[in-house]
Ligand binder design. Structure first.
Ligand SMILES: [Zn+2]
Length: 137
């Protein structure tokens, strides 16, 4: 079984074969659309329909397309959280930035943290783990 991504609220599966589908709303312009994210962690390519373009540097509100719950973290400003279930049914919290163009991913399970992306330093402060417990990919 391949990796699955779940909504943190309803645990509905957010991905199809090739992408994770989230509803997004530009916080400034209120324009809404669907965003297709690459399910490969560390690949920050996103796809949208031509009528909804993602503007670099702008902040987006992400919601679950199934239950419409807000996926932006209430705890960590500017981060969005979804759940990943891997091939071994192990669960991880996945955080990524709600600012378009920022490349960072945090993969967390218990006290284990994996950090990815050049913009991760901006948010490292949220995850107060000793340096030796961090695994940089
Ligand atoms: Zn949901």
């Amino acid at each position: 079984m391949a990796k699955e991504y779940l909504c943190k609220a309803c645990r509905g599966v957010l991905n199809g074969k090739t992408s994770i589908v989230l509803a997004a709303q530009n916080m400034k312009t209120a324009k809404r659309g669907l965003v297709y994210l690459n399910p490969e962690l560390g690949d920050y390519t996103t796809t949208t329909h031509p009528t909804f373009s993602i503007e670099e540097g702008e902040e987006y509100l992400y919601t679950c397309p199934i239950c419409h719950s807000r996926l932006n973290s209430g705890k960590y400003d500017h981060l969005v959280r979804i759940i990943m279930v891997d091939d071994n049914k192990k669960e991880f919290d996945i955080y990524f930035s709600d600012i378009a163009g920022e490349k960072c991913t945090f993969k967390i399970s218990g006290s284990k943290l994996e950090v990815q992306g050049p913009d991760a330093n901006r948010y490292n402060k949220y995850f107060d783990l000793p340096e030796e417990d961090r695994k940089y990919l």
